[in-house]
Write a protein that binds this ligand. Sequence first.
Ligand code: AMP
Length: 212
Amino acid sequence: MKVILLGPQGAGKGTQAQRLADRVGATHISTGDIVRSEIESGSELGKKVQDYNDRGELVPDEVIVEMAKPYLDDADSWLLDGFPRNEAQAKALDGALDEIGEKLDAVVALEAPDDDLVERLSGRRQSQATGKIYHVEYDPPPDDGDDPGPFVQRDDDAEDAIRRRLEIYHEQTEPLKDFYAERGLLITVDAEQEIPKVTEDILGAVGREEDV
Ligand code: AMP
């Protein structure tokens, strides 16, 4: 299974990719996670990409393609989250798949209005102890010591960076919907529904009803 999850920040790509990966036994590849772990490692590459990440700007195409490639080569079955983000990256992915004689099964576009996305992202907090994601209002961190925290906001979840990330999404990533629709690969799913319903819709749409 080779599926791309497309959608704006906050639409739940990471959440859905993880749920789907568990269900169908595929690997969840998140280029955002790859970028963040490189930054945390303090490597030269991490230093090079940190500024882009913190401002909500895209890392240059050739850098992100090189970072993603080993993960794509390693797994037979994957759910790609956060890549490709523009047409140049989509073409690089096509080239990489051609080289190994593989093809995409589907591209799932998660859709939700910008105002909801800003609200979801600006309230998002991550536990430094467990990595679990919470929302200050809708899913507050436990205060019974179950998860000791601390609960921190990602640098790029500050409101200015969120707006910038959504602007880039609409300008550069959203046109990929047409790019893949022309090839008969696009499936759109309403991301405002409850999390399990979104998962169910995706599995149904990619012909994996048996995994629902
Ligand atoms: P995300 O968690 O997917 O929002 O990614 C966090 C940050 O990592 C982005 O704001 C970019 O700086 C960088 N990044 C992740 N994926 C890509 C990509 N496909 N192209 C360029 N930059 C990316």
